[in-house]
Design a protein around this ligand. Sequence first.
Ligand code: CP3
Length: 390
Amino acid sequence: MREGYGDRSPGAGLDTPAPVQGLNSAVRRRAKLGPVSANDAPRAQQPSAPYDSAFLKACRREPVPHTPVWFMRQAGRSLPEYRKVREGVPMLESCMRPELVTEITLQPVRRHGVDAAIYFSDIVVPLKAIGIDLDIKPGVGPVVEHPIRTRADLAQLRDLTPEDVSYVTEAIGLLTRELGSTPLIGFAGAPFTLASYLVEGGPSRTYENAKAMMYGDPELWADLLDRLADITAAFLKVQIEAGASAVQLFDSWAGALAPVDYRRSVLPASAKVFEAVAGYGVPRIHFGVGTGELLGLMGEAGADVVGVDWRVPMDEAARRIGPGKALQGNLDPTVLFAPTEAVEAKTLEVLDSAKDLEGHIFNLGHGVMPSTDPDALTRLVEHVHTRTAR
Ligand code: CP3
């Protein structure tokens, strides 16, 4: 299994989800959003506010009041309030309930005062929405009933329409009203990472079936990735049109590829996704794990922001990516298991390495691990905000 989400809390209750509430003033103070004033309510009347947020400014490589922070997989198993509202609701079903999605997406914003929310969903949701027989198995990840191995199997993939994911449009409508000036990040899995699940049939360490197709039947592979690019682009468009302020393309497992193979067999499909949403003018973030050797190519694919895992220092990543991009990253998520002083020291290392970047969004080098102490995350947000306040 890959970096998992950890175990379900034995203490999780059976209560129904708490009603969605706006951000409280403590969170706003922590997030340096200023006091709650008459201008804050109703938030729906401030449509331009996310545009001026530190997060979107950093994505655009503009001056920021402080380095913005959010965490990949900030909404999820590290939070007791998440485990509570998810009790008894299968993962994929939870992604299709707009009120629940709204509540889960808001939880880390309320608790940690992060500078952006990430839409609660999963990379396989659009595949489920077009009728692929798959499930997310707890402790395992996405499992596909009929893996795609032949040209005939491609017929499983039809185009995605907004009606297939009407619950996404509905949830983002609810969310943007609640979030006010806090930007919402939409996301999707990149064609390679989606293909890795579809061809393997589930999580893999080696991707032998996917790579066998890539090397053995390049035409079928290219057609598969091209179809996935169209589905992914359609899914991102739904999120942007519903109100997402930025989008992140997760190519989590692209680090398994050599640059020559990435360039030839993967980059064209990811570039097609970025190109398809370029006209909206919302920042496009591109992230993968173990992609030190691919950073330049991942920037070339068309992103405005490149996510960096913890293996490459931010200044070196910037050299590899070249000018004209903001960077996101890159504290090792396991650092959060160390004492506060060690977390702070490692955080300062990241901030120092990122000090000359054109734009920096602080994040972990991969997702929050399920057994992370939520208070360590809250302290980290505060620490980054305090240390970088200008
Ligand atoms: O970041 C967020 O807070 C938003 C939510 C989010 C989820 N999945 C929720 C989820 C995001 C952005 C994802 C993306 C995702 N899903 C990726 C790319 C990001 C990355 O970490 O590289 C990948 C590879 C997946 C596939 C997937 N889905 C895995 C590997 C797992 C874990 C399986 C397990 O049980 O350990 C899932 C399930 C999943 N997606 C959970 C959550 C909160 C856990 C399921 C649960 O809570 O019951």
